[in-house]
Unconditional design. Sequence first.
Length: 205
Amino acid sequence: MLYTPTHFAVAERAAAAELVGANPLATLVTQGPEEPIVSHVPLLLVEEPDSWQLIGHVARANPHWEEWQQNSRVVAVFHGGDAYVSPRLYSTRKAVPTWNYAVVHVHGSIEAAHDSENKERVLKSLIDRHDAAYRIQWDELDPTYREGMKGGIVAFSIRVERVDAKFKLSQNRPEADRARVLQAMQSGNDKERMLADWTLRLAGK
């Protein structure tokens, strides 16, 4: 369960989808018999009118997929921007440092696919999303080589059952403090500017 105070919770499904799309490298977690099993994999969100699913693949040598035969429950964690927030930005001296961030946790049931057709579908979807110019090259590869490459992976799909979105953007601070934090984020690095964009987006600006 993701600890999410009310002021940091975001119910807007579109915001969660946008964060997932912009930050596709997920931390995929399955509870094993002794400890959690973790992989870091790019996932693609497929939005249907009444449902969501995530698709991706892992290396066949990765034992993570074997655990799905016993436990199909998984959590995929997507990380948006994050940044240190100095108490110097606050109007009161009685303050302590904190860290702002945006994350989405996607809970669901995973199903592995070992057949060539499903692997091809997943691979082409990921290629089209991240490197469309490579698609022709992939299609023209020698079929034997292509099938050999597919033999080294296990494709999967996750049926999404719950989405938890937490955007910790200083919403619990007074308005003047929030304005100074926003200004600092806007003049910061890429991740800080990402948080600034989310702050404005969620404020309707």
